[in-house]
Design a protein around this ligand. Sequence first.
Ligand code: MN
Length: 711
Amino acid sequence: MSVETLISQIQDYNPDAEMGLLERCYHFAQKAHEGQFRKSGEPYFTHCVKTAEELAALRLDTHTICAGLLHDVLEDTGVTREEMDVRFGWNITNMVEGVTKIGKYKFRGGQRQRQAETYRKLLLATAEDMRVILIKLADRMHNMETLQFLTDEKCQRIAKETLEIYAPIAHRLGIWRIMSRLEDLAFKHLFPTEYREIAELLDEKLVERQAYCQKMVARIREELEGQDIFADVRGRTKHIYSIYQKMQQKGTPFKDICDLVGLRILVKTDKDCYLALGALHHRWHYLPDRLRDWIGQPRKNGYMSLHTTIVDNGKPVEIQIRSYEMHKIAEDGIAAHWSYKEGAPNCKQGHSIFANYKQMLEDIQDTQEGAHQFVASMKLQLVEDEVYVFSPKGDLFALPTGSTAIDFAYKIHTDIGNTCCSAEINGAAAPLRQELQNGDRVHIRTHPNCKPSRGWLRYVKTSNACNKIKHWFREKERADAIKLGKKFLRAELRLTTLNASDYLNPTKLLDIAKQLQLQNVEELLVRIGRGYESATHVVNLLKPDTPEPQAVPPKTAPMPGIELENGIDLGMIRIMKCCNPIPGDEVIGYVTRGRGVSVHRSGCARILDVPERILTVKWPEKQNRNRPGIHPAQICVQCNDRPGMLGEITTVIAQCNVNIRSGTFQPAEVTRANNDAQDILTLDVTGTTQLTEVMQALRHLKDVQRVTRKF
Ligand code: MN
């Protein structure tokens, strides 16, 4: 590109530009780099012109473009700062020096800590004059475009640095067109296979997609014109890296993303944006949770638009609606607010993006923690599906939006998750299920006696936490089964003349396990504990030379619908019908012969006095409020046998929201007791609390003499 072409590009938007200065810089840089070549074989100076061109495309001020032309002169030629200062002034020289300085921070990847440090230094260096970073971005654009000429190692390093540092900065400054290109180029070098895959699939579907796109454009245009809204409707391409990110983060299959048609509607005014949105929503269905109003609340990087997803024939169509002004901002970010005359932001929004950026830099203290905070805030909003939180030590963790303290605990370490008992968020006590917000400082307290709860599964967002909680329960269930299996065996042996300790040794049990084609003793105990193998059968096998009785394998134990505690959480607990225990009752467990544990109300006559068969059990402390178990309880109502009595009784019960499962009603003739009738009712209750309520209510009825619970 000749100096004339560059000048005419600038004159298009800035007729008053200092063209003389520009020409001098051009020729000076050209001369300084003379004889130098890029790895591509081109003269080095091409790179300088490309950088300047990129800056001119952003419509920046003349000084910035001059600095763009000169940006590698201090680093790569013999020209000194003083010389440059004399020739072109301190303004341009300072910028060139800034760019040179940044170039010295080599990003090596690896730990977040080091990454954070690089970020910090890099941006501090640009705090004085943010045009430095714009030049650096333009410089990086061309370097990325010619990356294939470098050695593999260098290529990887630069691509990584671009993806981790420069693309996020471009995003932060709202310069979408630089960001998207940087990302795609870096992605192409870092993940060539994935890049090619997506690019090819996109190509394959291109014709089909374009045809549909054109059809939609026409229909929307027609719809808007019908409403007197003058709009420019266009198809819009997604950049490849954003498709890849979506696939990674949401697990969305490629097909769904690529089939997705994206359109953009450009209108004149803010008001037209909303009118167009209204017109679309009037004509098509839309997905309410996909609607975003970035006009009412612009993003921190200045981005404004309305986003909606309409559904056409079952096909989602993503639409962005914005004014031409907003479009410029969306593409160029802070550069759209730049005064090419003053070399500074020229309006309120520009100042606010700039202020936001500077504030961020000022927030950085010279501490490690500061650096972490900084990376977090840089990345904030970049990926809106993630929240960034800190450990008390200041380590940064990224979690999906909606994650809770429990997710965080599991993210740190499985043991922390499994033993966490409470959380402290930003110094204040908080429930473990609390959703985390960006920047939260989360401290998890643990206690060796604490253990996961099944209820957590409702509050975790990450599959990591979910899997680990489920795994914990599986392991616990297994350990319980082993414990119970031992207990069953021991109880069974007590009924024989055999000495338990002689027979319950691993060698003997291993024999049995092998006989039953099980891997090891643990497997055997698990099967007994779960009720798949009867203890009686096993003990019979242990007995020397006894003819083997036909063992009846127990049926799969019925689920009681509630869990009983004492460390046992198995499906092999049966609630006995003889005494119908309900939550709130004092209960005991009885180890049956090969049929698991029966639960009786304490005092039930059916429990035999065999201490080694008794298990302490209790109802879970908290009932599942959403799905309380329903348990049958029998009551006996003695009352005056008068007309309407039974109706009153059933009404009272219904008022307590309790169902009558069955009942027998014995009139006075049958009971032969004065004029007393006796009704025996089986009620479906959630527990003793509810049962007591019903019984109290019945006692208040006129002519009711006695209300008792049947044992
Ligand atoms: Mn350069």
